[in-house]
Design a protein around this ligand. Structure first.
Ligand code: UD2
Length: 334
């Protein structure tokens, strides 16, 4: 099968592409590398086609979608606080970009588009766990854009018969999640703090809860959503069904690392949701989804991955410094 993965060089995207390649599919990645990284695809670069470009340019999207059977639309501007700071940019990428993907998919008659929706659509809904039948009440521009993507998906099924499936991801974490931006996901930030022995910063009292979901579970759901029969027009939660507070996450990291790091508590963030937890019955029933990796196991794998990539980066820096030092005397002789 031929797949287009938008945002395929990003965190969830590249993990998904790895699995598609593993299963022998043909994959085209469309990514403008604004959030994604070339190095995320380094090991499979020869097996896939990478198009550097933005979903905001419909001609580029059309080109990338040529002969695609399935589209996994994961390209987006993530982060709630970034959307609060710059709602226009989030709107342009997440809504206009999604519309471009849907228009091109309709024209190219692709079999199905799977859209990376978000738990942020639930916003202020009062009850836990979150069920897909609840009326979404997003409270951030990011949540609005992700919800609009779902509405467009449903409209394209109704108006043009384009099959769309929306997966509301619940706080996905794991290897390759970028820790370096102020808008990075909290677990990437916390793992890095434990590696660098700096105080992890918590916005608020740390009692907010999330259904932190290891990335392999999202990849598993992505592939099921492409193949499951009779799910077009469906919206499905993708989480674990549990929830854990940030203070509990920090306690787990202290246990895993043996480091008694203190926490710095700061002001709560605008647009932040207090509690989030997925009801995954619908995904279980209609997609055959079952979480593959639990929270603590996922956190251990993730922490190990950050530790290894820190070590690799340190070794590369040392090698570059040595090489520069070797070149110095030669320069002096000239
Ligand atoms: C939202 C969505 C998530 C995904 C993500 C994409 C919800 C419930 N979840 O994640 O599914 O779409 O957006 O960006 O809407 N925090 C700290 N310290 C830090 C960083 C964050 O305390 O250094 C807090 C933050 O204030 C929040 C929690 O950690 O209460 C999780 O923040 P996040 O940015 O990792 O994810 P979140 O929940 O905004």
């Amino acid at each position: 099968m031929r797949y287009l993965v938008t945002g395929g060089a990003g965190f969830i995207g590249s993990n998904t592409v790895d699995e598609l390649v593993q299963r022998g599919h043909s994959v085209v990645v469309l990514d403008d590398l604004s959030g994604g990284k070339d190095e995320n695809l380094a090991e499979i670069r020869n097996k896939i086609t990478i198009i550097k470009g933005s979903i905001t340019d419909i001609e580029t999207v059309r080109k990338a979608m040529h002969e695609a059977e399935y589209v996994l639309h994961l390209g987006a501007r993530t982060s709630v606080p970034r959307s609060v700071k710059d709602p226009l940019e989030t709107n342009r990428i997440n809504i206009e970009g999604t519309l471009n993907v849907l228009v091109a998919a309709k024209e190219m008659k692709v079999k199905r588009v799977v859209f990376a929706a978000s738990s942020s659509a639930y916003g202020e809904t009062p009850n836990l766990p979150k069920v897909e039948t609840m009326q979404p009440q997003p409270i951030s521009p990011y949540g609005v854009t992700k919800y609009v993507g779902e509405l467009y998906g449903a409209a394209f099924l109704k108006c043009y018969g384009l099959e769309t499936v929306c997966l509301r991801y619940f706080n996905i974490f794991g290897p390759r999640q970028d820790p370096s931006s102020p808008y990075s996901g909290v677990l990437a930030k916390f793992c890095t703090a434990f590696l660098e022995d700096t105080k992890p910063v918590v916005f608020g009292d740390g009692e907010q809860t999330r259904d932190f979901t290891f990335v392999d579970n999202a990849v598993h759901a992505n592939l099921l959503a492409c193949e499951a029969p009779n799910v077009a027009g469906g919206v499905f939660n993708v989480g674990t069904g549990g929830r854990i507070s940030l203070n509990e996450v920090l306690a787990t990291l202290r246990k895993i690392t043996g480091k008694p790091l203190e926490t710095k508590y700061d002001q709560p963030r605008d647009g932040d949701i207090r509690d989030s937890q997925a009801d995954i019955s619908a995904a279980r029933k209609f997609l055959g989804y079952e979480p593959q990796v639990g929270f603590e196991q996922g956190l251990r794998i993730t922490f190990d991955w950050y530790r290894d990539s820190h070590a690799k980066a340190a070794a590369a820096k040392e090698a570059a410094a040595k090489e520069a030092a070797l070149k110095e005397p030669a320069k002096a002789e000239n």
